[in-house]
Design a protein around this ligand. Sequence first.
Ligand code: 5CA
Ligand code: ZN
Length: 412
Amino acid sequence: MQTWASTAVPRIPGQPRPLRLYDSASGSVRPTAPGRVARMYVCGITPYDATHLGHAATYLAFDLIHRLWLDAGHEVEYVQNVTDVDDPLLERAERDQQDWTVLAMCETALFREDMEALRVLPPHHYVGAVESIPSIAEAVEKLLASGAAYRIDDPQYPDVYFDHTATGRFGYESNYDEKTMLTLSAERGGDPDRPGKRHPLDALLWRMAREGEPSWPSPLGEGRPGWHVECSVIALERLGTGFDVQGGGSDLIFPHHEYSAAHAEALSGDYPFARFYVHAGMIGLDGEKMSKSKGNLVFVSKLRAQGVEPAALRLALFAGHYRSDRSWTQQLLEQAQARLARWREAVALPAGPPAEDTIARLRDRLTDDLDTPRALDVIDAWASAALTRSGTDTEAPRAIREAVDALLGVDL
Ligand code: 5CA
Ligand code: ZN
């Protein structure tokens, strides 16, 4: 699929730091240790509605990882998918009497525009589920052949399911107990109670064609793929196993990332699928998670149309830690706009305090599990000092502007 346009990232002086991140599987903050090429997969959107601030916050968190690896001298190979066929998309198209392919195309185009406006560095491979169907069907055949998958006991729809015990490691990514897994599975697109499965935790790999649903011919029989295997196959094909970061929002910890890892590990015989499983907290509005199903959404495109600067959205979302669940408020936006104005005023001065220490501290805080609230404080302190005319370094304003651009993606 077509991706979106990139912005240039300035190189900044000084000593980069290794990036430390919280990994859901080990439950600890550890240093990432990519090779020359850092490899990242971030789960993309299901394009049935416009990009809301929750999506934006999640992709901005992974944009920081991208930028910090670039700063540390790595090349970054970044893959993102688009779930351009799945139940929620088909249900929305049906509700609105719209062609599901047109809905997916329009919402994906709007997402690209929003990401570009937010200066999110684009993935190198932007891959749709539909275009991946032949590879997914091949992978499901392989899982059937190895005994990691089976046909459900249902003569009308003999769908293919994954035996969740196939790798012997199921549960290592989320660390949830079985009761929690069953509850979350029922809430998040799974079907624990479907009759004919060997175990309630076995997950759908291939859904045989139903009347009125899109389907594709395959050696498995006409049908369409399950959700988790889409990401396993797209990631394995582009990045192989043992890549550095698998990412998404915390609602993907289970079931999605648990099954994506299990499917991929059963397919490849290799472990781990990803070295880090990184999850961003949920953005809410008025105390509830912002989600398409609840309809309490604040759209990036609407804010942009109202004249809100994407740079202010970045600063507003970075004012909280990426892992914490947090609420969007008008006040958060106003504080970010004021901060942006202050920073701009400071970097427009002919001189300021030296930038080296500030840049070193900015790196320290960002590489400490993306501690953006404390990173913003560092720039606030420099800006305050500059605005009280306490510095004489004529190079400093440009150096700060470039560091804020490279590491935070904020254009001053
Ligand atoms: N297509 C799948 C992933 S393969 C999917 O979850 N799509 S999505 O459109 O529902 O979500 C896209 C990304 O935004 C996911 O990483 C999801 O975890 C994240 N996300 C969704 N809602 C929120 C929210 N309220 N706050 C933060 N992130 C969110
Ligand atoms: Zn995914």
